[in-house]
Design a binder for this molecule. Sequence first.
Ligand code: HEM
Length: 401
Amino acid sequence: MSACIDLADPANQCDPYPAYAWLREHEPAHWSARLKMWVITRWEDVQRILQDPVRYSSDRFRRIPPALARRRPDIEDVARVLRDWAVYRDPPDHTRLRGLLNKAFTPRRVESMAPRIQCVVDELLDAAAERGGMDVIADFAFPLPATVIAALLGIPSDDVPRMKTWSDQIAAYVGGAQAGGDTIDEAGRGLAAIVEYFRELIRARRGEGEDLISLMLAAEDRGDMFTREEVVSNCVLLLFAGHETTTNLLGNGLFHLLRHPQQLALLRADPRLMPAAIEELLRYDPPVAGKIKIAAQDLEIHGRPVREGDLVAIMLAAANRDPRRFDDPDALLITRAPGQHLAFGYGIHFCLGAALARLEAQIALAALLRRFRELTLLEQKPRWRPQIFFRGLATLPVACA
Ligand code: HEM
């Protein structure tokens, strides 16, 4: 079957879990000829790679595969912005940039967002109640995190809709299957527009306010060794990471709860289960299905020779269903004892926004269930976005009463 495993196949994109299960059991280090990368699926391997930045580099955009660079010289424009993202840097640069982000993104700032999150949630649900239904993705799961991260960054709320187009363009490339010509074009357009937007915003911003941009600029002024381009680039990262992923958590999470009425009933009966339910939803169908690392030296994984420079895709979604780590992994059980899911990664790149994503999801899902006693899926097989490394629905129409 190995030869038939193609994660880019539309069928596998709708439900990649049977393919992951096969790979986990039979070829835990699988060379995908289609993706031109190794695909790693067992929890233990994925976790080991995540905590080994020496052997597995995150610097995916500094080391563009030569064949791709020859075919698409314009990839350099895309890479120039992406390679400054903390998520794609290795120590010591990563340590420096993560320090910049940590200074701005403190737990206190995250907690202080709760009333604002509640307010946005209530407004969005009012609108859905009036209409008797909504597309959960377009009308709820996208606008909520986008509005919240925009508020944190100090972006005017009128500009949020524009962010959607740019962010989708970047996601199609970053979350896709790497080499598609169209997605590079799109990502280039999205990144150029968003970088220009932030440059302009930063020019006007200098020296005021408590928003993340002002806090990062203050660090730059103190001589903390960040270039202006690094600040701009990491603003783009925050905006992008701050909403694509949480949109997927809300969409995937609600979809799976509605398909598991017993679990939903448990949660409705005891809302204190919400934090555990969110963790289980993150495990069961994580918004970031996989990450791409690069072998920084010649290595061997499960007896397979991995050469320096090879791309290594670590599938967080496959690891989260590994029966070696989780009992009955394909069951959604919101009362499951916590095991360590890898939805937010692990090690030095552990998600900076995990606390914010959890807070948003808890407030949003709790309010949604309180507000509507009846939530009905209008499509049993909604469309998934055609991405391998992100996992999210394109639309999720529901009726609510
Ligand atoms: C459910 C929502 C989210 C999920 C599933 C998620 C997932 C992840 C994962 C898997 C990584 C590790 C990447 C790696 O090892 O290469 C990561 C890193 C990161 N995330 Fe998130 N994320 C979410 C929400 C957010 C939010 C709301 C923000 C910011 C506002 C954010 C900002 C970041 C940043 C800046 C990094 C890079 C950290 C570093 O490289 O040190 N994420 N995220």
